[in-house]
Design a protein around this ligand. Sequence first.
Ligand code: HC0
Ligand code: SF4
Length: 573
Amino acid sequence: TVNLTIDGRKVTVPANTTVLEAAKKLKIKIPTLCYVKEINAIGACRMCLVEVKGNRSLQASCVLPVTEGMEIKTNSPLVRTTRRTVLELILSNHNRECTFCARNSKCELQKLAMELGVREISFPGEAANQPIDEGSPALHRDGSKCILCRRCVAVCHQIQTVGVIQATERGFKTTIEPAFGKSLDEVACILCGQCIHACPVAALQEKDDREKVWKALSDPALHVVVQTAPAVRIALGEEFGLEEGSPVTGKMVAALRLLGFHRVFDTDFAADLTIMEEGHELLHRLQKGGTLPMITSCSPGWVKFVEHHYPNLLPHLSSCKSPQQMMGAIVKTYYAQQAAIDPGKIYLVSIMPCIAKKYECNRPEMNASGYQDVDVVLTTRELAQMIRQAGICFTDLPEEDFDSPLGESTGAGLIFGASGGVTEAALRTVVEIVTGQEMETLDYEEVRGLEGIKESTVTAGEQQLQVAVAHGTGNARKLLDQIQKGEKKYHFIEVMACPGGCIGGGGQPIAPVGFNEKREVLLKRSEALYQDDKRKKIRKAHENEMIQKLYRDFLGSPNSKKAKELLHTQYCK
Ligand code: HC0
Ligand code: SF4
């Protein structure tokens, strides 16, 4: 260990700790912008400068290792003026349209300017006139707001191992963008949106689709239906000041009714349906010698990752569409029939924690109903914005229930929102089908939690099922490489493109505690899902009575001809 003094207080920390981390231990907050623990300690932004006794120049504390007897000042007059000058320089080059910026009040730069008491900017700055990239189907990239912190680059390269954005040029000309000045839709971006969470400002955002939905809601000719993904209900409250992991399902439904949606359906229902289809697909592959391992395909960023980076593994993907798309196909066929509504007049909106879903609903194969199955996707953040815009006092709302029949769901569908949830939900059904017996426990703890790759062996009758779960495409890449080298054998693999699964999706609320504490937020959100699952009366997809009725009245059996037409697809290069 190493002993040092920070602002006159003694602290002992392990060797190799940085001064920044040592200060944190004393609850001394040193401001940072570019710093991301473990993946982006580069000392680039100079916000974290501190004075070191015996050293003439100030040092960046995020890259400064502690040494024995070191004496640090984090709040001297020199540190204060220098930091403020650094911040003013960054601000002078930033497009400061705070009043109409998507990150207004959720911006780390704005917050720092407030905390450091900046009242004027003494530098003219190089005009920030970098272009806006609107080519991507789901991302909006505004170079005029970029502060060159490179956090997005670190996440895209190191966490997701996609690596499509980087610093180009040098000095004043530096920009963060795809190679050769290309647009994001011309490179292999998988639209996970993790760069949005990494961005301290609004240089990266989702495509704003709110106007399309307002327009549909005020069109008297349309029957406007909405579905909400599992992970939205445990995160939406954060946008209204509630603690992370506060479930707000009932209030969310009430808010959607107030916004004017005619029917509020639950993607959890479609997740139960996915389990029926995917579970039977797995059993079929096991019995008939189909391609194994079977890999989940419900995360569109993940599907795009496989299409770009592992096209030879495409036959491993389940042919099931994602729950969002299954819901689309069912709403515009079965529900339209039941409610005697012309499917051409149904407008289906999805509320998703995901930005890749904006792209998924526009894929050409997603029109099994004869119409575009899902018309538009809003993120959790966009929904919150619409609720604020409508003047709805969210936290005061009563709790309301989803509409029938596509609002009935089980705990199985619900836990899809957390990494490991699809696997757990599938096992609850598959093991029962194979053994014909009720299971002792429904909780598969081994596939829960934030470990990058989780593995388990599950006994299903005669069969030992090897399952694996990965979240974040960097972890998935490790798993795929092991499989390709023949080092690992599995029957079933779940992958979600985003770290944590959908609870950490690119469209979720920006964590107010900052990007470095995101892990804590993810844990609270997943805990909320599992608690809700425990409270559910029915926790297995095949026991959902409305799913049973859907098969009786409309689809026949799982993987029937009709089910295949509506609910399955093929992914290709
Ligand atoms: Fe997910 Fe889904 S679990 S991908 O994260 O499978 O987005 O929440 O809606 O479709 O259900 C997202 C979340 C979904 C889908 C479901 C799956
Ligand atoms: Fe990289 Fe994902 Fe951002 Fe695309 S959306 S640039 S893949 S982090």
